[in-house]
Ligand binder design. Structure first.
Ligand SMILES: CC(C)(COP(=O)(O)OP(=O)(O)OC[C@H]1O[C@@H](n2cnc3c(N)ncnc32)[C@H](O)[C@@H]1OP(=O)(O)O)[C@@H](O)C(=O)NCCC(=O)NCCSC(=O)C[C@@H](O)CCCCCCCCCCCCC(=O)O
Length: 719
């Protein structure tokens, strides 16, 4: 809805009212149309101000309407009516003016923004383009290069940058509506022709073709298969080369293709999924809205290796006081230097002062006595972590939350080493912890809802996509990664190369295929885990039985490479070769190919031709199948949790929505059929055995993903 009032006798003020972000729903659009008509037909009104209630101008088109039959007054003619009005219309921008919200403001004749406002055209991140004239008006207003940057990245700009770019006419630190009313009074009666952006040509740009070619090339490279950024470039090109009306027609055509695309559905699903995971719930019935978090002012990090350093930086950057503990003096000094460097670089990027004083370094665990929360990040060894937890329990004040950054160990076992297991949760960060978006908050059966709420709240404060998950081996992300990696190894045994597997996965949209990723993170990491699991044996045996371990198919390929000292990038050799240790450019390695040939010969394996489709089906469906097990076990509350984990922490292409969304798009029946097919071919591979939840969902008619929750509950109650 939109409310209309007359102020200062001759200014009509239209206030958008649609909490929480004043999205342009059908009712709001109709409200604006009616209010504009009222203002224009009232002879006492000399000028008009458009603003939004509750300190936010407008979050854009109502994304929830996109999934339905869109009805009501369309946005484009509404904005045209504003631009062609014969009285000045001023947008008063507080909070956010995003997407359709900014397009509405661009249809106004003037824009006044509060200094804390943020503006942008983020449609690209929803798989769309600014299709209410934004792709045509913005380049006319600020020039092609700046418009291309904003529209293809979707980035939000501050009011100061918006002023510098010429998007807004004035920035105020005071009441924005008051400033806009004053401004509206001052411009009443002035000619509006120069203020109608659609009537302007784009500012001249030398060598337009070369510019578009360069930008298109860049966008194609970074888009990794996403179509919206490319359509955005095409739409801006139309603005630069065609008259406005034809440009609008091109904008409409491009939007028509994007609007119904699977990518737009996936990206909009991600938008809502990221918000849905904040509304966490535990199998005990504890939930986000009934569990109060505890305040955290002072935190501590124990262990300043790579993870501990990143966590310290992430905490300090949120403004917390951090006690950083490392018992070895030399390592403490090195860590101090590294953390200070990271804080300085981060602060420089964000244009703020580095929070160097926020971190106190100590060799003594006693220093954490008065903190509200501790994150333990020592070496991944249960005995060591147990000792640290026992020490912390003795040292910390009552009520301190004890968190472990383990990526694989049993959070509940650690909790049982403390007198207050309800205060223990996992906070599983991803390296580098100050950069990576994902945080898995792992609760055990005894973790209190308050502990989970506190860790989730802290994650949010740190800007993380925080997902609450149950305690099991590998939690959600790494548990699903295991079958994915194992399938990739099996494919090598059967005739694939690392290059082929990686190419298939990279064309799918992963930034790195599984083998390039393994080289980056270090082959020794998995080797250590497999050794711990008793899977690694001397590599002399041959034949099929040498590759059955603990009753299931096992590929020792990774172990054999480690025995050769090939740990990946850090040793300059792994699944690929590198110019020198630490170098990042992977090159195909003839040694590896002959090694694979010799290995196959030793084991009587005959290489066959493997295509990209088989790579995708075997690696991805195995991973997805594990996701269904996780849902069935109640480790993740819903498919959104799994998808947010994969998109924000494991490089799953966002425009494919996450593994569970992808399964929904492919069709559950098809995923089931392909798993059954591969399971028949590889009966000794348990992870290809379709999960019973997947079978039950297919049997119940493959409900769409937003109905899985209900279906899972119903299916469980029938068991
Ligand atoms: C605004 C924010 C920055 C606020 O952030 P904050 O952290 O404060 O809050 P949350 O993010 O948690 O959000 C709170 C709450 O609000 C929900 N929400 C937010 N934005 C929207 C929205 N735009 N619509 C609906 N709901 C929204 C959010 O989900 C939360 O609720 P929940 O219950 O989930 O917790 C931040 O929210 C934000 O960044 N929002 C998104 C901003 C954005 O991306 N805007 C762009 C929207 S798309 C758009 O505007 C498109 C327009 O360019 C043009 C549209 C033209 C359409 C024409 C259709 C043409 C069809 C083509 C077919 C052609 C056929 C033919 O012609 O042949």
């Amino acid at each position: 809805m939109a409310e209309y009032n007359r102020v200062s006798e001759c200014v009509g003020v239209i206030t958008l009212r649609n909490p929480p972000v004043n999205a342009l729903s059908a009712a709001v659009r109709q409200g604006i149309v009616d209010a504009v008509q009222r203002a224009l037909s009232d002879p006492n009104v000399k000028s008009v101000v458009i603003c939004g209630q509750n300190g936010i101008f407008c979050g854009g088109a109502d994304i929830k309407e996109f999934g339905s039959n869109m009805t009501g007054h369309p946005l484009i003619p509404m904005i045209h009516a504003i631009e062609s009005a014969n009285k000045p219309v001023v947008a008063a921008i507080e909070g956010s003016a995003l997407g359709g919200g900014l397009e509405l403001a661009l249809g106004c004749h003037y824009r006044i923004a509060h200094s804390k406002a943020r503006l942008g055209l983020p449609e690209v991140s929803l798989g769309l383009l600014p299709a209410a004239g934004g792709s045509q008006r913005l380049p006319r207003l600020i020039g092609v290069p700046a418009a291309l940057n904003l529209i293809t990245t979707g980035r939000h700009v501050t009011a100061a940058e918006a002023l510098q770019l010429g998007i807004v006419d004035q920035v105020t630190d005071h009441n924005t509506v008051d400033a806009a009313v004053k401004f509206a009074l001052s411009v009443a009666g002035r000619s509006l022709d120069p203020r109608r952006i659609s009537t302007h040509p784009c500012p001249q740009q030398p060598d337009l073709d070369a510019l578009f070619e360069e930008v298109m090339q860049k966008v194609r490279q970074s888009a990794r298969g996403a179509i919206a950024p490319i359509a955005c470039v095409q739409a801006v090109r139309a603005a630069a080369t065609l008259p406005y009306a034809q440009g609008m027609e091109r904008e409409r055509e491009l939007m028509a293709t994007l609007f119904t695309s699977g990518q737009a559905r996936a990206l909009q699903y991600c938008f809502f999924a990221e918000r849905a995971v904040g509304r966490w719930r535990m199998p005990s019935g504890a939930r986000w809205d009934t569990s109060k978090s505890r305040p955290v002012h002072k935190a501590a990090v124990i262990g300043l290796g790579t993870m501990g350093r990143g966590i310290t930086v992430a905490l300090a950057q949120t403004g917390l006081s951090v006690i950083a503990v490392e018992t070895q003096e030399k390592q403490l000094m090195e860590a101090k230097q590294a953390i200070s460097g990271m804080l300085e670089r981060g602060a420089k990027r964000r244009g703020v002062a580095p929070a160097l004083d926020g971190v106190i370094y100590s060799q003594n665990i006693q220093a954490v006595a008065d903190v509200d929360l501790v994150i333990e990040a020592v070496f991944e060894d249960i005995a060591l972590k147990t000792k640290v937890f026992q020490q912390l329990s003795a040292v910390c004040k009552p009520g301190t939350l004890l968190c472990t950054n383990t990526s694989a160990l049993d959070v509940d076992q650690l909790a049982s080493e403390t007198p207050n297991p309800e205060l223990v949760v996992g906070m599983h960060f991803f390296a580098p912890a100050h950069v990576m978006k994902l945080l898995e908050v792992v609760y055990g059966p005894r973790s209190s809802p308050q502990a989970v709420a506190t860790a989730m709240q802290l994650g949010k404060k740190m800007g993380k996509a925080s997902v609450a998950v149950g305690n099991c081996r590998g939690f959600v992300g790494n548990r699903m990664l295991k079958p994915y990696i194992e399938e990739a190894f099996f494919l090598l045994e059967e005739g694939a190369t690392p290059e082929l597997v990686d190419q298939a996965l990279e064309e799918f949209g992963f930034p790195m295929g599984v083998f390039r990723m393994s080289d980056l993170s270090g082959l020794d990491v998995g080797w250590r885990v497999r050794k711990g699991d008793g899977l690694v044996e001397p590599g002399t045996a041959s034949g099929r039985f040498a590759r059955i371990r603990q009753g299931r198919r096992y590929s020792p390929l990774g172990d054999l490479l480690c025995e050769e000292g090939r740990f990946g990038q850090k040793t300059g050799r792994g699944w690929y070769q590198y110019d020198k240790p630490g170098s990042r450019v992977a090159r195909s390695d003839p040694w590896l190919h002959s090694f694979l040939g010799a290995y196959r010969a030793q084991h009587g394996l005959v290489a066959r031709r493997i295509d990209h489709q088989e790579v995708l089906e075997r690696c991805l469906y195995a991973l997805i199948n594990e996701g269904f097990h996780i849902l069935d076990d109640g480790i993740a509350a819903g498919p959104e949790d799994i998808d947010v984990i994969y998109v924000s922490g494991y490089g799953w292409p966002r425009h494919r929505g996450g593994p569970m969304f992808y399964a929904n798009m492919v069709g559950l029946a098809k995923v089931l059929e392909r798993l059954e097919h591969y399971q028949q071919l590889h009966p000794e591979v348990p992870h290809l055995q379709p999960s019973s939840l997947l079978r039950r969902l297919v049997a119940s008619g493959s409900p769409p993903i937003h109905k899985w929750g209900e279906a899972i509950k119903k299916l469980h109650s029938q068991l």
